[in-house]
Design a protein around this ligand. Structure first.
Ligand SMILES: [Zn+2]
Length: 85
């Protein structure tokens, strides 16, 4: 059986397998009776959150529209400079 490196609560390495739920193992700490999941679900949850936000950024139409306006404004600015001569 795989052990957690240490208890997230008290840093103890005396961790024991309690039981498993789906893909997660529940680990019990012998020193503080902390009951935790291994692997910890927070990492996967964070990965999902970051994955979704990256997808939103790449598919953000208002963002690309804003970039287009900036390019147009810059082009008009340079055209204005040229017309002065
Ligand atoms: Zn502990």
């Amino acid at each position: 059986m795989k052990h957690m490196k240490s208890c997230v609560n008290c840093r103890s390495t005396r961790l024991y397998y309690a039981f498993s739920v789906n893909d997660y193992r529940l680990i019990e700490c012998a020193d503080c009776d902390y009951l935790g999941m291994y692997p910890q679900p927070t990492d996967a949850a964070l990965a999902d959150i970051y994955g979704e936000s990256y997808a939103l950024l790449s598919e953000d139409e208002s963002g690309s529209e804003h970039a287009g306006k900036l390019k147009r404004a810059t082009a008009e600015h340079y055209l204005g400079l040229i017309e002065r001569y």
